[in-house]
Design a protein around this ligand. Structure first.
Ligand SMILES: C[S@@+](CC[C@H](N)C(=O)[O-])C[C@H]1O[C@@H](n2cnc3c(N)ncnc32)[C@H](O)[C@@H]1O
Length: 280
């Protein structure tokens, strides 16, 4: 047996994560750790704590250890193998929710979330816009498994996740020309930038979620081209982008004939979202 305070003080350089991890292991609130530092924990908890803190010191993401990440006011389950939802992505989701409330308030609509990962985008839309039915597509088994766990966690019935390769996953479902909105936060890191990513991201988050091909734009080209078959007339195509990709992605939409193309900035003033409207 060891006292909580003594255990924490072994990792003085990272007291904050120590509190979160201990609270998770003991299944208690953070305040318990601060308030009852003199209480003792079992050898089993001690060993597990040391194991996880050592992993953490090597850059393993805290969200994978805690198995959660807050996004759009919802607490998402995450685990290794699925991208941890980013705060930056809330800019995209907030825009879509406002767009639905303004342009589709009184009708039922279909939304497609390509490259859905943990379900962060699609589930947030389904949660806040009950008139939307959302399809999520991801090529990774782990992503679809995690997204379905989150679907249950939030008690949603207006969303369905399909495992597959982009639009091929929708083959045979009769959804051509059926979407008011297609959204994607695809892998968009270029080969060169992947090398310069921080270890926490590069070594522990799935490469499949990051690798956007040589110049990072492969998914934008392919999704923009094929989206025209699946969008309704006046349908919205909307992407999260890397902050240097605004002009390139705008150009891709322009070449494919999209109209009303624009860029939206995130809270830090970086280009973060590109959108366009399909008109027949
Ligand atoms: C940048 S992550 C985005 C995850 C999630 N939408 C989010 O915003 O947190 C990209 C996702 O694309 C998925 N992916 C990669 N290639 C794909 C493909 N060909 N078809 C469908 N999904 C793909 C990855 O598995 C990963 O979950």
């Amino acid at each position: 047996m060891v006292r909580i305070d003594d255990l924490r003080s072994r990792f003085k350089d990272n007291l904050q994560d120590g509190v979160l991890i201990l609270a998770k292991l003991l299944n208690v609130d953070k305040s318990y750790i601060y308030s009852f530092g003199e209480r003792e924990v079992s050898k089993e908890i001690e060993d597990r704590f040391i194991e996880l803190m050592t992993k953490r010191q090597k850059g393993y993401p805290i969200q994978y250890i805690l198995e959660e990440k807050d996004f759009m006011g919802l607490n998402f389950y995450v685990k290794e193998g699925v991208l941890i939802p980013r705060f930056d992505t809330e800019t995209l989701v907030e825009y879509i929710i406002e767009y639905i409330n303004e342009s589709h308030k009184d009708n039922n609509i279909r939304v497609l979330d390509l490259c859905s990962g943990s379900g962060a985008i699609g589930l947030s839309i389904a949660y806040y816009c009950k008139n939307a039915f959302v399809y999520g597509v991801d090529i990774s088994d782990t992503a679809v498994e995690v997204a379905n766990i989150n679907k249950e966690r939030f008690n949603l019935t207006n969303v369905e996740f399909i495992k597959g390769d982009l639009f091929k996953a929708l083959g045979g479902l009769g959804l051509e020309g059926g979407f008011e909105i297609i959204v994607s936060n695809p892998p968009y890191i270029s080969k060169e930038e992947i090398r310069s990513l921080s270890n926490t991201v590069k070594d522990f988050e799935p490469l499949l979620a990051l690798d956007g091909g040589e110049d990072g734009l492969d998914f934008y080209r392919s999704i923009t081209r094929d989206s025209k078959r699946f969008l309704k007339n006046e349908g919205l195509l909307i992407y999260e982008i890397g902050y240097k990709q605004g002009e390139d992605v705008k150009e891709i939409l322009f070449k494919e004939g999209f109209e009303d193309i624009s860029i939206i900035k995130d809270l830090q003033g970086h280009n973060r979202v590109v959108l366009g409207i399909k008109r027949n």
